[in-house]
Design a protein around this ligand. Structure first.
Ligand SMILES: C[S@@+](CC[C@H](N)C(=O)[O-])C[C@H]1O[C@@H](n2cnc3c(N)ncnc32)[C@H](O)[C@@H]1O
Ligand code: SF4
Length: 278
């Protein structure tokens, strides 16, 4: 079977971050050296065929000049994964009014003590200030673990009052310090999905047997993750030994390697989030 269509590209523009989230899926990486993608790498990202571009990190708002370079030169739709704390009022106004670009905001909790416990940062006030500046076209991601589990209900209620319509609630991919009961989270999302169906789209991801699942796993066949060094992987939480090539590898070879990665799983596992199989 050949999966020939263009991939959604997730690009980690830097590994630098002002937060130290205890659930962060980038903990596997060697972050002893700060890396920021060069303009040469950005040009290669722009020239790659793609369905869409997601700018991730690290924290993209810490390298705003590079983010603007991509916004100004990329023709496909752009999503920016962000903790929201590094953008100015002007940046947010610009993105609010840019039809091609959306934020996907990580909301760990709207309770200050839990936010600070998870992010290990004192950025709550600027986060709330910036959240209030967003219009409701933007996406929200809540990664659930044992620490914020009890505050998810409260957080969702506030987000709905603020007018957000697209909210992804996902159990965290296990990290060295933290995990969560996945079934508990899935049941919670199911209840939230049913309860608020008429006002917002509340979904989870990676569990394709559920009707409130946002997407089946398409690591390698529908998406590529490209890190700051230019190495290409099937998806973000997937371990380093699954490298498919680099940004300089011929795109058809990358597609073939991605397809082989996907087909290496059996039929029961193929469409499930690989982050939970590590
Ligand atoms: C690594 S973050 C980088 C972008 C930005 N700093 C942020 O937090 O949104 C990229 C995405 O991964 C999500 N994420 C981080 N750790 C995760 C985990 N253990 N399981 C699932 N998603 C995770 C974040 O919520 C975010 O949507
Ligand atoms: S803000 Fe994003 S990149 Fe930074 S530590 Fe948290 S999840 Fe990781």
């Amino acid at each position: 079977m050949i999966y020939d269509e263009d991939r959604a590209i997730f690009f980690e523009i830097t590994n630098i971050c002002n937060h130290r989230c205890i659930h962060c899926c980038k903990q596997w990486e060697d972050n002893s050296i700060n890396r920021i993608a060069s303009f040469e790498t950005l040009d290669k990202i722009i020239s790659l065929p793609k369905k869409s571009l997601t700018i991730s990190g690290g924290e993209p708002s810490l390298v705003r000049d590079k983010v603007y370079y991509l916004i100004n030169n990329e023709s496909k739709n752009i999503t920016i994964n962000t903790n929201l704390t590094g953008w100015s009022k002007q940046d947010i106004a610009f993105i609010n009014n840019n039809d091609k670009t959306n934020f996907n905001v990580s909301v760990v909790s709207l309770k200050r003590d839990i936010y600070e416990e998870i992010t290990k940062s004192i950025t709550y006030d600027i986060f709330i200030k910036n959240l209030n500046l967003l219009n409701n076209k933007h996406y929200i991601t809540i990664v659930v673990n044992n620490i914020n589990l009890d505050s998810v209900d409260f957080t969702i209620k506030i987000l709905l009052l603020m007018g957000f319509k697209n909210i992804l609630v996902t159990p965290q991919v296990p990290t060295p310090n933290l995990s969560v009961d996945v079934n508990l989270v899935i049941n919670m999302v199911k209840n939230l999905h049913n309860k608020y169906n008429n006002i917002a789209n509340i979904v989870t991801q990676g569990f394709c047997n559920l009707d409130f699942c946002d997407h089946k796993c398409e690591a390698g066949i529908g998406r590529f993750l490209i890190d700051t060094k230019g190495d290409v992987y099937p998806c973000a939480p997937i371990h380093r030994e699954c490298k498919l090539g680099t940004i300089d590898t011929d795109i058809d070879i990358l597609k073939r390697n991605g397809t082989n990665f996907f087909l290496s799983y059996n039929d029961q596992q193929k469409f499930l989030c690989k982050g939970f199989m590590l």
